[in-house]
Design a protein around this ligand. Structure first.
Ligand SMILES: Nc1ccn([C@@H]2O[C@H](COP(=O)(O)OP(=O)(O)OP(=O)(O)O)[C@@H](O)[C@H]2O)c(=O)n1
Ligand SMILES: C[C@](O)(CO)[C@H](O)COP(=O)(O)O
Length: 258
């Protein structure tokens, strides 16, 4: 039998993923209680543009991402659709908007339910991380394409971390019970990337209210791998984070000359 007529060997899952289509689910349904009173966090302005639009653009900046599913505040789907219509995305990128749920896990699940069948790689990206650079997005996708079932971008920690016994009475000093070895700790960011079947199974299996999708995959007993995260992929959680995000954006605009 000549080489040409020989049937090609069965493809491994990793090979099958080389040409897989990639979608990003962007949970944006949170209130942003820690940021303080105001509109839902994802709709608050950063550099004059809603944080959510920055996050969606960050996903669409990757040439590999052809669909972004935005999970809107439960009563804000129409408003979010209007915002996305008003802020152009690259022509290659479609978007869908679905209403979110009461927890982050529920919101991600609702986003996954809306995904068309022909997407095999899924990114989950917090709307609250509006400034993640495209190189980080691409590194996550590349690691999933190469065969990892779950990939997280992460950074080493700058602070020492203590494990404490939470105080019985709020405000009382908390006793330290352990100091984990810092060199082995990482602060995890998004987008987290998944083989779609793995993420769907994780959400079907793990019923707790988990805020980190990759940890659900860990609970299935599968290996999650880390790629380098980026300082600018930080999560806007508290008021000072918004000040920092404005400063990062202003520096980018200065560097880009607009
Ligand atoms: N019911 C929820 C809760 C959170 N999220 C999203 O999950 C991401 C990460 O959550 P976090 O930063 O904790 O946002 P909030 O839950 O809004 O913050 P807080 O706990 O301060 O209210 C955010 O993009 C948020 O919009 C969501 O889609 N649905
Ligand atoms: C997914 C995440 O951003 C990874 O750091 C984080 O777990 C979200 O947690 P939050 O409590 O919803 O902020």
């Amino acid at each position: 039998m000549s080489d040409e007529s020989r049937p090609s060997p069965a493809r491994t899952p990793a090979e099958a993923r080389t040409n897989a289509r990639t979608a990003a689910v962007v949970p944006a349904a949170g209130r942003g209680v820690r940021l303080g009173p105001g509109a839902p966090k994802a709709l608050r302005a950063l550099g004059g543009t809603p944080m959510l639009i920055h996050a969606v653009r960050a996903m669409a900046a990757s040439r590999a991402v052809s669909l972004v599913v935005v999970v809107a505040p439960p009563d804000g789907a129409a408003e979010v659709k209007g915002l996305l219509d008003a802020h152009a995305l690259p022509e290659r990128t479609d978007f869908l908007v679905v209403p979110g749920g009461a927890s982050r896990q529920e919101s991600v699940q609702l986003g996954l339910d809306a995904l068309p069948t022909d997407y095999d790689i899924v990114l989950v990206h917090d709307a609250a991380r509006p400034l993640v650079p495209v190189d980080t997005v691409d590194a996550v996708i590349e690691a999933v394409r190469e065969g990892a079932p779950a990939v997280v971008p992460a950074l080493p920690l700058a602070d020492t971390v203590k494990q404490v016994e939470p105080a019985a009475v709020p405000g009382e000093p908390e006793p330290v019970v352990a100091t984990p070895e810092r060199a082995r700790l990482r602060a995890v960011q998004t987008p987290q990337g998944f083989d779609r079947g793995t993420l769907v199974r994780a959400h079907e299996t793990v019923a707790d209210n988990v805020t980190d999708d990759a940890s659900m995959v860990e609970q299935l007993g599968l290996t999650v791998v880390v790629v380098p995260g980026h300082e600018e992929a930080f999560k806007v959680t508290r008021p000072l984070d918004l000040v920092l995000a404005e400063a990062v954006l202003a520096r980018r605009r200065l560097n880009d000359g607009f």
